[in-house]
Design a protein around this ligand. Sequence first.
Ligand code: TYD
Ligand code: MG
Length: 456
Amino acid sequence: MAKGKGSIFFCQECGYESVKWLGQCPTCKAWNSFVEEPVLGKKTGNHKMTRGIEIEPVCLSKISMEKEERLDTKIKELNRVLGGGIVSGSLVLVGGDPGIGKSTLLLQVCRNLAEEKKVLYISGEESLKQIKLRADRVGKFSDNLLLLCETNLNSIQSAIEKVSPDVVIIDSIQTMYNEEVASAPGSVSQVRETTGILMQIAKGMGIAIFIVGHVTKEGVVAGPRVLEHMVDTVLYFEGDRHASYRILRGVKNRFGSTNEIGVFEMRENGLEEVENPSEYMLNGKPKGASGSVVTCAMEGTRPLLLEIQALVCRTNFGIPRRTTAGTDYNRVNLLMAVLEKRMGFQLGDCDAYVNITGGMKMNEPSMDLGIVLALISSYKDKAIPDNAIIFGEVGLSGEVRGVNMAEQRILEAQKMGFEICVLPKVTKEGIRQKTQMQLIGVENLREAVKWVLGGK
Ligand code: TYD
Ligand code: MG
């Protein structure tokens, strides 16, 4: 590669800058992540968006909190993740795999906002016709929504100034470029520069800007991590391509908690909110089948009932196979080792498969007891009652350890019609709330297994 004067090397993973190429990044330790980018012609510190901001320090008591403007997106699941709606002047990054539904979600947000507010949707990826096709599937739009197909940031800036909308959508940041930066769109310096300018537009004009960011194979927004530092809110849209549900997760939020998730389902006419995810996840659970357990995991502050399925069968080869879908492979191996050592089950010559149904990915320790009992239930071919839910963390000595937020979990299970709850003994003792559920506190695996096998 010809080394131009003033070129610089960036780590694509973390944004580390170096004057020479390095095989391994000294900060994030990624290999072969350096790319060369020219920095010719870049005029630093010369952005136009500094108009009329008076600088005057104020004390905390003088800051008025009455008028916290939040725009209602009319999508409850999204409002929840944003912390109550869109804050004016904020920059929100929406990341996710290609085809997961980012553009669809934002178009739906546009539709709802355009009923009262002025919205500008700028696409660098699709033509106006393509947007129209999608919009026809999603619903009726008011004329307050304006569309623009553009990738040059200077033109975008003038358009925003001319239209002065309340909300702007940039789809996607990787297609935008600033003429003053010599490198190609999507490169580290372009992404960083364009985000910086959008940030100034958002703050300077008090408009909310949503930017769409593509995700790399490793699951981070392409471009440097600095992008995440620069914006106010980072939301990730994730889900299994083959399952229709999608989860919107707050990773960073300067205006709310990051403990919230929004659940959606992709339908033929756009994304639909799923208000009761537990019901959705348990849909189609077999009755009286061995190896099937319902557990309650927490997604932030939200309890979610999930079905764990396990299949244990004799192996045909010398080395037993262990496969997991939706949960941590090593954790399942660990739990199987605990079962062998502490309970004397001969699992060494068995294949084991563990699956969280619905395509959900969950690694909470409170699912341990559910996984263990699903394995035993399948191994002994003894079904666990359909009206029972099970949660608890399992330690290496076979002890069942306490979990937090037990009351919420029990309440959710009760709402869904469950009657028995197997939980850690210490957790049961800490429960103050009255419940109609039958609570079975277990101290160790032996007690839990005894409950499954009925004293056999
Ligand atoms: P899209 O919003 O284009 O994804 P992204 O912007 O994240 O790349 O999502 C497109 C996918 O969603 C596409 O595979 C088709 C599907 N889809 C539906 O199933 N129903 C719909 O109503 C729409 C608009 C899209
Ligand atoms: Mg898109």
